[in-house]
Ligand binder design. Sequence first.
Ligand SMILES: Cc1cc2nc3c(=O)[nH]c(=O)nc-3n(C[C@H](O)[C@H](O)[C@H](O)COP(=O)(O)O)c2cc1C
Length: 147
Amino acid sequence: MAKVVLIYGSTTDNTAMLSEQVAAGLEQGQANVTVKNVTEASVDELVKYDAIVFGCSTWGEGDLQDDFVDFYDAMDGVSLDGKKAAVFGPGDKEDYPDSFCVAVDILEEALKEHGAELVAEGFKVDGEVEPAFEDAKEWGLKVAKAL
Ligand SMILES: Cc1cc2nc3c(=O)[nH]c(=O)nc-3n(C[C@H](O)[C@H](O)[C@H](O)COP(=O)(O)O)c2cc1C
């Protein structure tokens, strides 16, 4: 059973809600999932897991969600060789067409740079997250199957 850590950053709870769905999909795919708010996670613990899933909303104009910034900075110099990874996040295409869900792209780049292998295309949710719950679960299942 693959050990997966799902780490999310969320200001208004949208990513937190999506995380529950993604985790349910991962579990359906037989993964052993630990879900953590990024405020309670440390970069050092990533080595303990086979796979890393990040959930992060985009704020400002193409910025990581606030709580994720310190974690992102702390990844500097860390090797994630051999780890599987995937990233999801909500955003708003109508109000932020030029920076829609850029946090997902930023974290995907960081994971690749640090040696992790992306096993699924980034999952980006536009607008309200509730209608995307089923898709989020499906995406989690797809990630689990790729581990
Ligand atoms: C001030 C502000 C800036 C935002 N900037 C972006 C952005 O650059 N790109 C984007 O896709 N969404 C942007 N959003 C939309 C949020 O990412 C979206 O509301 C998301 O669901 C919030 O998720 P969270 O509650 O998990 O933090 C912004 C929202 C606000 C209020």
